[in-house]
Design a protein. Structure first.
Length: 192
């Protein structure tokens, strides 16, 4: 539509009420409602799920980095160890355990008809559903517990690892700290 025609269409006449403005406002409001309903709901759950996945991977990697830094700090403070580099192997990512609701129902019906016939009906249904919580624009599972990734192995490179007693102390400390067998802890001397 041409701008001049639109302005002529909307031109006010002081003698009669102008319904053109009211019609235009109604059209704009309806257009906004339609666009909001079409675009608003479809993207929200996907965006929320993506946001949760990103937050989960960030918290998981920060947990792994924190474990590495803490282990490096502790080992470097041990007598004779010196400078330390650490690599930690994890079994998997963090595991989130959602709250669940058990829905069990039993129905027992006994019917008799006019001729003396008897019929019984016993129905049972079991079901489990995840408890959801509202968060801003959408819903997400209610998380009861978060299990951090389990450590499955550690590699350490230390300046003082050439001394067998220091190497054994490092292996023993890591083994006890992370509840690992000694065959899952590898300690090597650092090259000079």
């Amino acid at each position: 539509m041409d701008t001049k025609k639109l302005l002529a269409f909307l031109k006010l006449d002081k003698n009669k009420p102008n319904w053109n403005y009211l019609i235009l406002i109604l059209i704009l409001v309806l257009t906004y409602i339609v666009i909001d309903n079409i675009g608003g709901d479809t993207g929200a759950p996907a965006a929320t799920a993506l946001k949760e996945e990103v937050n989960s991977s960030i918290s998981s990697s920060s947990y792994e980095e924190q474990q590495k830094n803490e282990l490096q700090s502790i080992l470097s403070k041990m007598k004779g160890v010196g400078e330390v580099e650490v690599m930690i192997y994890f079994e998997s990512g963090e595991e989130q355990i959602p709250a669940t609701e058990n829905n069990n129902s039993n129905t027992y019906t006994e019917e008799t008809d006019n001729q003396g016939g008897k019929r019984t009906n016993n129905q049972s249904s079991d079901g489990t559903s995840v408890v959801m919580q509202n968060q801003g624009n959408g819903t997400s599972p209610f998380i009861l517990k978060v299990n951090k990734p389990r450590i499955t192995g550690v590699v350490v490179i230390a300046e003082g690892a050439e001394d067998t007693l220091i190497k054994y102390d490092i292996e023993n400390a890591i083994s006890r700290l992370y509840d690992l067998n000694l065959d899952k802890v590898y300690v090597y001397p650092m090259k000079k």
